[in-house]
Design a protein around this ligand. Sequence first.
Ligand SMILES: [Zn+2]
Length: 127
Amino acid sequence: MKHQSKQLKNTLNKTLEKFFSEGKTRFYLSEFASEAKTSIHEAENFIIPLLKEDELEGKLEVRCPNCGKDIEIYRRFIDIPDEIECEICGYRFHKSLEYIEIILEMKRKFFRTRRHLRSRSNRTNYK
Ligand SMILES: [Zn+2]
């Protein structure tokens, strides 16, 4: 197995912490990768251990390949029906990784272990 460079890991970690300090606790994997200026694949390699650690939770969002509407969110790939119909445009399609966006959500453990970051970087705007 190929290991990620320290520098890349650092960048990814900083990006995650930036999201956290901005209160962005739910985000797309693609969004995360583009913010960190890396590939989805590298972002995934970084995220997978955090899923295992239970710091993050992953969900799958099915998007209509025709109109782009987000149709439904599933926990596991196996839960997604084989055939999907878009309620907006009526387009029918078969499930495929191509039409799935991965959503990541920070979990309680993430907040517990990284709470200190928020008080440091988010000085104002408390209601
Ligand atoms: Zn549609």
